[in-house]
Design a protein. Structure first.
Lengths: 214, 260
């Protein structure tokens, strides 16, 4: 009979570390151990980024070979990733060995490519959010959706600084919505999420949910 | 130990005690005393559709990491991924999982491998896949669009940590006329999901996936424990309001300040 010692060991380590980190929040003498374990976790998470990038390249190289409509995007992704990686390595060598200013070329890529693209995507997001709020009644015509739609409308009107939306009562209504029902609702949701988070955490600590292997 | 630390330990001990208690008193495995959540009914329905028409389910797990409060949402998403793989084991096309965080990507691949092994998926081409899509909010959203636009994807399940960029993902599903079930623990993204997803999961509903999609007693027990603690909180809030109205609030303030 083959006995797999790996699974009870990994479970015991995960539960033990989880309990020590949790205890560190409540018992001051565990605080230092908690910080050491969390720092170790952060280092492991950084290593996971490398594994993730390898996974990303592997998936998209496979897509290049497949007869797919999206293979063009995969090609652009692989070329961009490799080019940025090579430029990053050259930059690192120049910064640390040659003594040139810090990461000049990588900085240029972020300022002139990444930043404008992300900013324009943010602008599109604003339009998409407005569209979603406007189309909610088409999706679900119930009392909650109607309330949601009119609250969004009132808050938007109360935020405008151009007539006729500058009427004082609109600002008063907006402030009241934000301070009373919106804040109360948000706190209610946060309490629910906190309860859900606690039960999820306890299930992991009890070994019922095991996202780290059998 | 501080008063906050003591309260924290009391809450955790109370939760563990209630979960154990409810799992013992609930002997009947098949009876579920749970309020209906349409989004979970929809997931079960969509798994059946995928089995019948040979299509694929897409599960996106968001971009939450392991070092913050977002990890709980990612864990809930991983739990739902596991249940969906188990339930869709007879599908021609296995589910596809996408993430925006490398650690969650590794955990998703591990969940997929374990679940596939447990349900004896021997054909490796039929193994579900887990992909890291992008590590920034917009690269993740933009990369996920290509999966949603795949004609073979019949439904999208987005459970994990998302920001406002989820609007891209949910509206893409709408354009494809495929059902979108979504839930997150981020407050602003929840309102976005409510407005744009066909079946939203609100608040703590995201964390109830195990109880609604699985059969294990402990998941239902954790929901019952949650409800009991919720009632205790409601009682404390109402009692505080009453005491405040009666002007007794200063008594507790003085006790906490240690000036009694």
């Amino acid at each position: 009979m083959k006995i797999d010692l790996k699974s009870p060991f990994s479970t015991a380590v995960a539960i033990g570390v989880g309990i020590i980190v949790l205890a560190g929040y409540f018992i001051p003498s565990f605080t230092n151990v908690r910080f050491i374990l969390l720092r170790t976790g952060l280092v492991l998470a950084a290593v996971a980024l490398l594994v993730g990038i390898i996974n990303l390249i592997t998936v998209h190289i496979k897509k290049l070979g497949a007869d797919s409509d999206n293979s063009g995007y995969s090609l652009i992704l692989v070329i961009s990733l490799l080019a940025t990686l090579v430029i990053g390595i050259i930059d690192m060598v120049q910064t640390y060995l040659v003594g040139k200013p810090n990461y000049q070329m990588t900085g240029w890529i972020f300022t002139n490519i990444q930043l404008p693209i992300e900013t324009s995507l943010l602008a599109v997001t604003a339009i998409s959010l407005t569209y979603a709020a406007a189309s909610i009644l088409r999706k679900r015509m119930d009392i909650f959706s109607i309330v949601f739609f009119f609250v969004v409308l009132l808050v938007l009107l109360g935020s405008f600084s151009i007539p006729p939306a500058t009427l004082p009562f609109l600002h008063v209504i907006r402030e009241w919505i934000l301070r009373v029902p919106a804040l109360g609702g948000a706190r209610g949701l946060l309490l629910g999420i906190a309860l859900g988070t606690i039960t999820t955490g306890i299930r992991v600590l009890m070994g019922i949910d095991r996202p780290y292997g059998e | 130990m501080s008063a906050t630390g003591f309260t924290g330990i009391v809450i955790i001990v109370l939760f563990v005690g209630l979960m154990v208690f409810f799992s013992f008193i609930n002997k009947d495995r098949k009876t579920k005393n749970l309020r209906p959540i349409p989004a979970y009914d929809k997931i079960i329905q969509e798994i059946k559709v995928a089995v019948e028409d040979g299509s694929q389910l897409h599960i996106s797990l968001g971009r939450g990491g392991i070092t913050g409060p977002e990890f709980a949402a990612a864990l809930a998403g991983l739990g739902i991924l596991k249940k969906v793989i188990e339930k869709s084991s007879v599908c021609d096309q296995p589910p596809i999982a996408s993430t925006g965080n490398p650690v969650i990507s590794i955990l998703a691949q591990d969940t997929i491998q374990r679940s596939s092994k447990a349900i004896s998926v021997t054909d490796h081409d039929k193994n579900p896949s887990g992909e890291l899509i992008g590590v920034t909010p917009f690269s993740y959203a933009a990369g996920t669009l290509s999966i949603i636009r795949d004609d073979n994807v019949s439904a999208n399940i987005h459970t994990g940590w998302f920001g406002n960029e989820i609007i891209w993902i949910t509206t893409a599903g709408e354009r494809q006329s495929s059902p979108t079930i979504a839930g997150t623990s981020q407050l602003t993204a929840q309102s976005v999901i409510y407005a744009s997803a066909s079946d939203p999961l609100i608040g703590e509903e995201l964390f109830a996936g195990g109880a609604y999609l699985g059969e294990e007693k402990i998941y239902q027990a954790s929901i019952s424990a949650q409800d009991v603690v919720r009632w205790i909180i409601i009682f404390i809030i109402l009692a505080s309001v009453l005491l405040n109205i009666l002007g007794i609030n200063t008594f507790f303030e003085n006790v906490l300040a240690g000036s009694m």
